[in-house]
Design a binder for this molecule. Structure first.
Ligand code: S3P
Length: 436
């Protein structure tokens, strides 16, 4: 499946986007090992989270889906999971794989974690190393999935300094820490999304954050609770981008999660001249939400503050397109982690921008994007949902039609992307044959 995108007139609108992917994964995992029921509203029924849902069911957890975005989990308690009869297939989800490795490292039974061709190429030593220090036994080939986890009766608490700023690694260690004796601590080199810490706190775990050091106590039971998941800022970013690049638009995206560990994209875009304001700030449980109002803006390039990278880690495909449409050049540095996401996002975005007539200079952990005007053309998503959606938005302001190849993966994080974009006037058609 491919997208054919036509130059579009983006219009004023008030829209919603689906629930947060990171929070949805955590609700499923933590709700499953809590005692009692966890009722979740605003769940992201995208492919990644549905793989996690299936995995929890395969380990004996009863999960009902009373509505398209509602789930109800009958928690089995910390020690109530059962061995799955077959390998747990986590599709393309790095979050599911790495958090699940932490969750299953201290279980009494063996597990096998696997995934699709994209996930089985991604580095897992970053979780295998700290979990092994805790006493977990995990086999892999060359640090890549499948991961074979052998049951272990007791994990040791550790005090771990993470070499990469990764919320997935931090969360894996904290989840394993629930099964260790004593207090497990992780120190992160930069702030990363803290949804695990917040949800663990809501469910009664003893978690403490001291600067960049996060600790959790092993042992005490978690209690199921009601979870209301905010709309995903990462998905909202595609709408924000379309509004900013439009000739004239004023768009409000409602109830978006604006946890400060995620809002780097807003800060970076504002530093490039974007007119973005947050209205109606509220709390959804422990997660802050707001309506995000965006007006069309002339963006300008500059040097992106590297301390914002971990706070905007999933939004660089969007930022590449913003930079390409800005005046002057934009310098990104410290973004080497993008090379090990669902695709090599630096290479994928540089390729897409070049095929649309722009100039991008790449380095191992950075890029310089020279602003200009998108021509029409054919680009590839490299199997990456965020690359696909970012390039589709670029197509709305291109001088000609843009074909984005291989977009089946968009449902990973943003089911309904096309209809949401249609409500703001984006003209995106699905084609099976690129010559259509
Ligand atoms: C996520 C953490 C980030 C992010 C991913 C979701 C999470 O990955 O890119 O989409 O939910 O913890 P890293 O921890 O690898 O940076």
């Amino acid at each position: 499946m491919h997208f054919k995108v036509f130059p579009s007139k983006i219009e004023d609108a008030r829209v919603t986007v689906p629930g947060d992917k990171s929070v949805s994964h955590r609700a499923l995992m933590l709700g499953s090992i809590a005692r009692g029921r966890t009722d979740v509203k605003g769940f992201l029924a995208g492919e990644d989270c549905l793989q996690t849902l299936a995995a929890m069911r395969a380990m004996g957890v009863r999960i009902e889906q009373p509505g398209p975005t509602e789930i109800s989990i009958e928690g089995v308690g910390l020690d109530g999971l059962q061995a799955s009869r077959s390998a747990l297939d986590l599709g393309s989800s790095g979050t599911a794989m790495r958090l699940m490795a932490g969750l299953l490292a201290g279980q009494a039974f063996d597990s096998v974690l696997t995934g699709d061709t994209s996930l089985t190429a991604r580095p897992m030593r970053r979780v295998i190393a700290p979990l092994s220090q805790m006493g977990a036994r995990i086999d892999s080939e060359d640090g890549k999935p499948p991961l074979r986890i052998q049951g272990t009766s007791g994990l040791r608490a550790i005090d771990y300094a993470m070499p990469v700023a990764s919320a997935q690694v931090k969360s894996a260690v904290l989840l394993a820490g629930l099964y260790a004796q004593g207090t497990t601590s992780v120190t992160q080199p930069a702030v990363t999304r803290d949804h695990t810490e917040r949800m663990l706190g809501s469910m009664g775990a003893t978690v403490a954050t001291d600067g960049n050091r996060i600790s959790v106590d092993g042992g005490p039971a978690l209690c199921g609770c009601a979870v209301e998941i905010p709309a995903d800022l990462s998905s909202a970013s595609f709408v924000i981008l379309a509004a900013l690049l439009a000739e004239n638009a004023d768009i409000i995206i409602t109830n978006v999660g604006v946890n400060p560990t995620r809002t780097g994209v807003i800060d970076i875009l504002q530093s490039m001249g974007a007119d973005i304001v947050m209205e109606n700030p509220q709390l959804r449980g422990k997660e802050p939400v707001a309506d995000i109002r965006v007006r069309a803006s002339q963006l300008h390039g500059g040097t992106v503050d590297p301390t914002q990278v971990s706070l905007a880690i999933d939004e660089f495909p969007v930022l590449f397109v913003a930079a390409a449409a800005a005046t002057g050049k934009t310098v990104f540095s410290g973004i080497g982690e993008l090379r090990v996401k669902e695709s090599d996002r630096i290479a994928a975005m540089a390729d897409g921008m070049r095929r649309l007539g722009l100039v991008v200079d790449e380095s191992p952990d950075g890029a310089v994007v020279h602003g200009g005007r998108f021509t029409g053309g054919t680009v590839d998503s490299f199997g990456d949902h965020r690359v696909a959606m970012s390039l589709a938005v670029a197509g709305t302001v291109a001088a000609g039609d843009v074909v984005v190849r291989n977009v089946d993966n968009v449902d990973t994080s943003f089911p309904g992307f096309r209809s949401c974009m249609a409500t703001i006037g984006a003209n995106i058609r699905v084609v099976e044959d690129v010559s259509e």
